[in-house]
Write a protein that binds this ligand. Structure first.
Ligand code: G3P
Length: 217
């Protein structure tokens, strides 16, 4: 399973990269705005910096919502670095844009997926990744994990190459359940990834080992 970090914060990206388990980065306009990145040049430079830190797929989202604007913007983003994955919203013009980039050999990530039908359409259009938003479904009392299962079944039925990139992760349990279902990738805030490390019996066991090691020296 691929591990992506879902942030535009360079310190967190570096920390995750230093762990040695990072496969890439996903961003969105909200995450970029949170870091105070604004203006076209600043946005392109920020993506360039991320590409220099992490050697993996870097999802960069278009800000526009019409086909013509999305392909112009996506072409500009893709020109930054070969690892850029153009992130396209799940709308009608987005499907057309996914097809355009697929024909051009530019990688894409279809975002804001909330149903199996949307994932199927994105896969048909040649998306490399679909991003179902687990946490936001859970937030409205709909089981987000069911959606991951449905998409897994559909993609396996037809052997779609499109990868399921589970997004809107809120906890380590989301990551574990995605792994059990067979999501190809997760994108998560750093704290949920780091929380996978924790177990009180590990802490207790290590404290004992450290105490016993002192007796040996
Ligand atoms: O990047 C897309 C997704 O992961 C957003 O998550 O927490 O804003 O629902 P969240």
């Amino acid at each position: 399973m691929k591990f992506f970090i879902d942030t535009a914060n360079l310190e967190q990206i570096k920390e995750a990269q230093d762990l040695g388990i990072l496969d890439g980065v996903t961003t969105n306009p909200s995450l970029m705005a949170k870091e105070g990145i604004s203006g076209k040049e600043a946005v392109l430079n920020h993506y360039k910096t991320i590409c220099e830190i992490v050697d993996g797929d870097i999802s960069a989202e278009v800000l526009s919502t019409t086909y013509e604007e999305m392909i112009k913007e996506g072409d500009e983003l893709a020109a930054i670095h070969p690892n850029i994955v153009v992130k396209i919203p799940m709308i009608k013009d987005g499907i057309k844009a996914l097809k355009y980039f697929s024909m051009k050999g530019i990688k894409t990530n279809c975002t804001l997926i909330f149903s199996a039908g949307q994932a199927l359409l994105a896969a048909k259009a040649g998306a490399n990744y679909v991003s179902p938003f687990l946490g936001r479904l859970d937030d409205i009392s709909v089981d987000g994990m069911n959606l991951i299962e449905e998409i897994r079944i559909i993609f396996d039925n037809y052997m779609f190459d499109t990868e399921i990139l589970a997004a809107s992760i809120r906890s380590p349990m989301h990551i574990i359940n995605c792994a059990k279902i067979g999501a190809d990738a997760i994108t998560s805030p750093l704290d949920s990834i780091l929380n996978l490390l924790n177990h009180p019996l590990t802490d207790k066991g290590l404290a004992q080992f450290v105490a016993d090691a002192k007796k040996m020296s």
